[in-house]
Ligand binder design. Structure first.
Ligand code: DX5
Ligand code: ZN
Length: 219
C-alpha cells in the first residue's frame, strides 16, 4: 500500500490558510488533515464545515476530515457537502457506529474510525467491512504538539495483524506526535498514512521536512 503524508492544518497559520495549504501541497503532501473539535468530545474548539469548504477551494488534494465531536451524525451532511474526502469518527461519540459509517458512505464520502490511545481494537472488530481506514491516535485528541505515546507502536502492529487475518485491505493512519525522528518506527509498525501537524508546520522548510519523512517511510 502506498505510504502517504497528511499535514494537519491545526498547526498552520490561519491568517493565511490558503497559502499554508498550497505550500504543503507543493512540498509533497498527499492529504490535507483537518481537525474538527467541539469543546465536548475534546476540550478544545477548532473549525467546522466552513473551513473544510475553504480548504476544498484551496487545493486539489483529498481532504481527510477528523471529527472529534459528539454525535457526528448531526453534521455528516454538512461536512460531505463541504467537500470532505474522508470522514473519521470516534466510536465513543457515536451511539450506533455502524449506522454512522453507513450514513457517511451514503453521502459518497469514505468512512473511517479513530481509536483513542486507551480504546481497544475490538471497538472496530465487528464493523471492519463498513470502514475504509482506521486511525490510531498516538496522543489523546484535543491539541497539536503533544508527545507520541510509544505504547501505540505495538497497537499498530496488532491492528495490522488483525486486518491481515480478517483479509481486510484498508490503510492504517496514525495521528499525534509524528515527527521526522519517529516516523520510520511508526511506518515499520505497519502504518500507511502519517498525520503530522507541528512536525511539519512548526519546521520552517515544509519541502525539506516532507521529503525527509517520505525518505524515512520508503526505506
Ligand atoms: C490531535 C489531532 C491531530 C493533531 C496532530 O487531537 O487529531 O491531528 O493536529 O498534531 P501533532 O502532529 O502536532 O501532534
Ligand atoms: Zn487529527
Amino acid at each position: 500500500m502506498k505510504k502517504l503524508i497528511a499535514p494537519s492544518i491545526l498547526s498552520a497559520d490561519f491568517c493565511c490558510l490558503e497559502k499554508e495549504i498550497k505550500a504543503v501541497e507543493a512540498a509533497g503532501a498527499d492529504y490535507i488533515h483537518i481537525d474538527v473539535m467541539d469543546g465536548h468530545f475534546v476540550p478544545n474548539i477548532t473549525v467546522g464545515p466552513l473551513i473544510v469548504e475553504a480548504a476544498q477551494r484551496s487545493t486539489t488534494l483529498p481532504l481527510d476530515v477528523h471529527l472529534m465531536i459528539e454525535s457526528p451524525d448531526r453534521y455528516i451532511d454538512d461536512f460531505a457537502q463541504a467537500g470532505s474526502t474522508i470522514l473519521t469518527v470516534h466510536p465513543e461519540a457515536c451511539r450506533h457506529l455502524q449506522r454512522t459509517l453507513a450514513c457517511i458512505k451514503d453521502k459518497g464520502v469514505k468512512p473511517a474510525v479513530a481509536l483513542n490511545p486507551s480504546t481497544p481494537l475490538c471497538a472496530v472488530e465487528n464493523i471492519l467491512e463498513y470502514v475504509e481506514m482506521i486511525l490510531i491516535m498516538s496522543v489523546n485528541p484535543g491539541f497539536g504538539g503533544q508527545q507520541f505515546i510509544s505504547s501505540m507502536i505495538p497497537k499498530i502492529k496488532k491492528l495490522k495483524a488483525m486486518l491481515e487475518e480478517a483479509g481486510v485491505n484498508i490503510p492504517i493512519e496514525v495521528d499525534g506526535g509524528i515527527i521526522v525522528d519517529n516516523i520510520a518506527q511508526v511506518s515499520a509498525a505497519g502504518a500507511d498514512i502519517f498525520v503530522s501537524g507541528s512536525g511539519i508546520f512548526k519546521t520552517g522548510d515544509y519541502k525539506k521536512t516532507i521529503s525527509e519523512m517520505k525518505r524515512k517511510i520508503a526505506s
